[in-house]
Design a protein around this ligand. Structure first.
Ligand SMILES: [Zn+2]
Length: 315
């Protein structure tokens, strides 16, 4: 069984233009590596958004079928750009409550293939109510949080939301690691998630992307808290130049916390433009053939789906 533990679905109006511009700038900078010539970031975004639009999730299901993925965990992101206290959010975007409803509809339409999480910035006045409605009325299994919008995970203002998540048995997933502008990475260092894990020992918490550049920090923390999990979505970025870095991270994760708290994920649809799921899965499976590290097939089976199935209580 293959479970992709970290997937977004994209449509226009769900993501602030400022974030898409930031994403385009990162892609432009990557393309400029050999020549120093930056392509036009806005043109890159315009080209990509046409390929990414998937308001009903049909494209995602087709991608899953192609790659042999059984189940995907989908969620919107509450970017809450320019949020003040209490959070006002993005006027240019479909309100996050409506996006949560849309994601629940998409998941319902593909009941056997999709599981969804609610996304809500903890600074919103109705954050707790949105989470509760998402779980009890719309069938969400967890909560996705994006600290790079401007809050530290261990800010006491966020605690009512964690309390509710723990009470509902919902999983909490934090973006950890870097992000394009205008988002700010300083809020998403894994160490701030550690405090939440300490204060809510019965809350199951996923550090997405294994903290990117802070992967060693993320794994060290997970090694000392029983409720911290990681997903290795976004690590497709290692493959063009540093495949060895990916396998070193993965081996370290397995050594530090064992396979049952390590989960495959993609961060698609964005990352599929860099590496299709089919290829990423093949690259993970190829770990058994590495000469620099040794992996067992059993370990890979667990991280590709067994661990997520157990965490999400899927049969
Ligand atoms: Zn993501």
């Amino acid at each position: 069984m293959i479970i992709d533990a970290h997937v977004h679905v994209y449509d226009e109006g769900w993501i602030p233009k400022a974030f898409m511009r930031g994403l385009g700038q990162v892609v432009a900078a990557n393309m400029a590596r050999p020549t120093g010539e930056y392509p036009d970031a806005d043109a890159l975004v315009a080209g990509a958004t046409e390929q990414l639009k998937d308001p009903t999730g049909e494209l995602l299901i087709a991608d899953m079928d192609e790659a042999g993925v059984d189940v995907s965990v989908i969620f919107p992101v509450d970017y809450a750009l320019g949020a003040s206290e209490p959070c006002s959010g993005d006027s240019e975007c479909v309100p996050i409550a409506e996006q949560n409803r849309i994601f629940s509809e998409i998941a319902k339409r593909h009941k056997k293939r999709l599981v969804h999480f609610v996304a809500v910035d903890p600074r919103r006045r109705d954050a707790v109510a949105q989470l509760e409605r998402g779980v009890t009325e719309q069938g969400a299994r967890g909560l996705k949080l994006h600290p790079t919008a401007g809050f530290y995970p261990d800010d006491p203002a966020c605690y009512p939301l964690y309390r509710k998540a723990q009470e509902l048995g919902a999983i909490v997933l934090f973006h950890t690691g870097t992000q394009p502008g205008p988002m700010k990475a300083k809020y998403s260092r894994p160490v701030f998630v550690d405090s939440v894990a300490a204060d809510f020992p019965d809350l199951k918490i996923i550090m997405a992307h294994v903290g990117h550049c802070w992967w060693e920090e993320a794994l060290a923390l997970a090694g000392s808290k029983w409720n911290l999990y990681v997903d290795f979505s976004g690590w497709q970025r290692a493959f063009p130049a540093h495949a060895d870095k990916f396998y070193r991270m993965l081996r370290s994760a397995l050594d530090e916390i064992g396979p049952w708290r390590v989960m495959y994920g993609t961060d698609n649809p964005y990352l599929k433009l860099m590496m299709p799921s089919k290829n990423y899965i093949a690259a993970v499976r190829d770990a058994v053939n590495r000469k620099d590290h040794s992996f067992s097939k059993e370990e890979l089976d667990i991280i590709m789906g067994g661990a997520a199935a157990r965490l999400l209580k899927l049969d």
